[in-house]
Design a protein around this ligand. Structure first.
Ligand code: ADE
Length: 225
């Protein structure tokens, strides 16, 4: 999967994709993430990408011209499945949305800043808007990093044990069961006996029961989806 991220702050996104699972995904050639500096598509010597809004009001708006040039340049090189704009107005990111996006080949992610982008960008270039939650960030970059992380680990072959994504919280609208590792006992706090029993059938049943119980207690909203 190829992800091209259009941003005015490429430095902010240097690190998130260079660690752990996403780093491995890139090394295996399963994920390619490119950072594109929108200012490279500005037409003046000051590399301006934003301007005052028509009608007055505080806050700058990202201009359509550099964004159009940038997206058209990318589209001249390959086809894209989606042009995603990170925005608090968008569809809320959840595991289902991440699953769907992980099946795509090429996507563009556009990060907004200031007051956001000129509305015509959304009308004519953007195919999907995604929000990571009901709060406003100062830019789309951190939201884009979260989207790429959530999607990248779902790309087939990225996780060593493919089944491990299947047991993630939310994959079946249930949150994950509790997990334990050594030691068996710490300050008198014991690992549940069932997990030490070696009986995989019983362990699976226990985990499922724990997931159900936890979901009922902590996230009942997931059970009614
Ligand atoms: N940009 C600003 N706030 C955002 C949010 N909540 N989700 C996605 N992009 C954003």
């Amino acid at each position: 999967m190829r992800i091209d991220i259009i941003t005015v702050l490429p430095e902010l996104l240097q690190s998130p994709f260079n660690h752990s699972i996403l780093k491995r995904a890139r090394e295996k050639g399963l994920l390619e993430v490119n950072l594109i500096n929108l200012r490279d598509y500005a037409s003046d010597k000051h590399k301006t990408v934003d301007d005052y809004q028509y009608g007055g009001g505080a806050g700058m708006v990202m201009m359509i011209e550099p964004i159009a040039k940038c997206i058209e340049d990318l589209k001249s090189q390959r086809d894209y499945d989606e042009v995603i704009y990170m925005s608090p107005d968008g569809e809320l990111l959840d595991q289902k949305v991440a699953n769907k996006i992980s099946l795509l080949q090429n996507i563009i992610i556009l990060c907004g800043h200031y007051k956001g982008v000129d509305e015509r960008v959304r009308e004519h270039f953007v195919t999907k808007e995604i929000s990571i939650g009901n709060y406003v960030l100062s830019g789309g970059e951190l939201a884009a990093a979260i989207l790429v992380d959530a999607v990248g680990r779902l790309i087939p072959g990225v996780l060593n044990d493919e089944s491990s994504a299947l047991f993630d919280s939310f994959q079946d609208n249930l949150i994950a069961p509790p997990v334990y590792t050594r030691p068996e006992e710490f300050r008198g706090w014991k690992v549940p006996d069932i997990l030490l029993s070696g009986d995989t059938k019983k362990i699976d049943a226990w985990r499922h029961e724990q997931s159900l119980q936890r979901t009922k207690e902590r996230r009942p909203d997931l059970l009614s989806e």
